[in-house]
Design a protein around this ligand. Sequence first.
Ligand SMILES: [Zn+2]
Ligand SMILES: [Zn+2]
Length: 613
Amino acid sequence: MREQDDDLGKQLEADAAGIVGPDRHDDDIWTPLRKMRHSAAHVMAEAVLGIFPDAKLAIGPPIAEGFYYDFDLPRSLTPDDFAAIEAGMRERIAAKSPFTKRIVSRDEARGFFHDQPYKLELIDDLPPHEQVSFYIDGPFTDLCAGPHVAHTGEIGPFKLMSIAGAYWRGDEKRPMLQRIYATAWENQADLDAHLHRLAEAERRDHRRLGRELDLFSTSEEIGSGLILWHPKGAMVRKQVEDFWKDTHYARGYDLVMTPHIHNGAIFERSGHLQSYKENMYSPMDIDGVDYYIKPMNCPAAITIYNNRTRSYRDLPLRWGELGTVYRYERSGVLHGMLRVRGFTQDDSHIFCTPEQLEDEINGVLDLMDYMMQTFDYTYSAYLSTRPEKYVGTDEVWERATETLRTVLEKRDMAYEVDEGGGVFYGPKIDIKIFDAIGREWQGPTIQCDFNLPERFDMWYIGSDGERHRPVMIHRTVLGSMERFIGGLIEHYAGAFPVWLAPVQAVVIPIADRHHDYARGVVAQLKAAGIRAEANLNDTRMQAKIREGQVQKVPYMLVVGDRDIEAAAVSVRLRSGEDLKSMPVDRFAALAAEVRDRRSMELLPEAMRLQPAD
Ligand SMILES: [Zn+2]
Ligand SMILES: [Zn+2]
C-alpha cells in the first residue's frame, strides 16, 4: 500500500495544482524549434560576453516558448540593455557561423573554462562515463551536449523579454544570477502571434482585472493564497453557484453540507494522513483529539453514505457539495485565484451499482457539456487507463475502463487515451477546456474509485439479498469557485455576460435635475430583478459613460429631459452600440430576456443587427 499511497499523494497534488490540463509536451524531445531556441541561447550568451567580457556563464536551456541564459554579471541588467544585446545577437546571426561539436577531455575542458566557475562545476558534476563536449560557433565556445542548428543563420526572429533573479542550481544558498528570458520563432508571423497572445493574456490577467473591477483581493494581513471576495466578485460567484445548484437539482442530484474540520481518525482511515499529510495543515487539539481542516470532501460524503443501510433500490445516489477545503501550497507557486490555499470545490460523489456506471458517466458528461456551453468554453477529453500499480481486480478495471470508453464513443466525443495515466484507484476522464484565446485550462474530471469503498467498507444490499460494494465516482465540473471564476475573468476579459455581470445596468443622469428620475429608474429595474445602480457623481455624462465602459457594465442608461417625458431611458451597450431611447419597461424586458437565456450577447436575437448582405 505504501507506494500506491505515494502515487495517490502525487496525483492529488497534481490535481490540486493544475492550472492547465494534462501536459503532453515532452521536454526531452529536441524538436527543430527547441534546437533553434537553444542555439539562440548560445548566441545570446555570446552577445552578453561582448558587452561584459568578465561575465560568468551558467546555463542556457530552451523552455516552453523560448529560452533563457543565466549570467553572473558585474552590474544589474535593465531592459535598457536589451537593444545592445539584441544587436550583438543579430550580428552573430548574420555571420551564419556553423555550430561544430568537439569532444574534449575533462582536463582540456577544465583548462578552457578555468575562469568560468559555473562551467567548472558543471564539468566536475558530469557522470564519469559521460563525454564532455564543446559547441563552437565562430569565436564562441560553450560547454554543451547539443544538439544545435547547422549555423547561426538558422536562428529565427527573436526578442528579449525579461530579466529575473535565479539562484544557481535553484539553491537559495548559492549565488543569485541574472536570467534573461527571450523568445524565438520560425518566422516573423509566429513571433508576432506569440507577442499578441502575451499582450492578450496581460490584458485579461484576472489579478489586474480583479483589482480594476473590484472583484477580489488577497491581503498579507489575512494570509497568502486566501481569497477575499468583494461584493461584486461575490455576486458573480453567487450567480455561478446558483446556476450550479439549480442545474444539479434538475439532474437528480441532492446537495449535502459537511463541516470544515474533521477528527483525524477519519483521515487515517481514508489514507490522507499517510499519503497526503504534506498538503494538510497542522492539527488542532480539541479535548485531547487531533482535528484537521479538511483537504477533501470525500470522507464526509462516505460517512453520510455509511450512516444507514443502503439497498440497490436507493442507488444511484448523487451528492453534490460546494465544499471548502484547505491545502498547503508553497508561497512561491501561489497565483491570484488560480493557485490558492483555500478554495471551494464544486464536488460531487456518485454511488452506484456497476450496471449503473454507464448511465451515470453519461449523465455527468451531459451536465458538463451543458455547463461548459453556457460559459462558452469548448473542450476535449482524455481517458486515463490503468497504471502499473493499482488496487482492485483486473476485471473491475477492465469493465470500468471499457464503460468510460463506450460512453465517450457512443457520444462521438473526440478523446485521447492516456495509457497507464489513471490514478491507482480507478480510471478517469479528464476534460480540458479552451478559453477565448485558445489557452488550455484544467476542466471537469470524472474519476472512478475502487479504493475508498474498500477502506470504508461501503456496501449496499443487492437484489440477491447479498452485500455488494458500490462504485464511487468523484467528479467536479468547475474545479473550484476560485480557479473557475479566475479563469472566467480571463475568458471574458472582465466583460461578463449579462447573467453574471455584478452590475447589469448603470443609470446616468445628464444633469442634477435628472437625479430623482434616475433613482426611480433604478428602483423600477431592481423590482424587475435587474441589478442596476445610478451614477450620481459630480462628473460629466461622458465621463460616467466611460466609467461604465471601463467597469464593463453591459448597459448604460442615459436619462435627460426627453427620457423623463417619455418614461424612457437612452440605452448604450458596453460594446459602444447606441440603441436610442426606449421605455423603461421595454428595456427591463429586454435585459431580463438576455439574462434568463444566459446569452453571451447583449441583445435578444430579434434585436441584433443583421449583417449587411
Ligand atoms: Zn548548446
Ligand atoms: Zn471525492
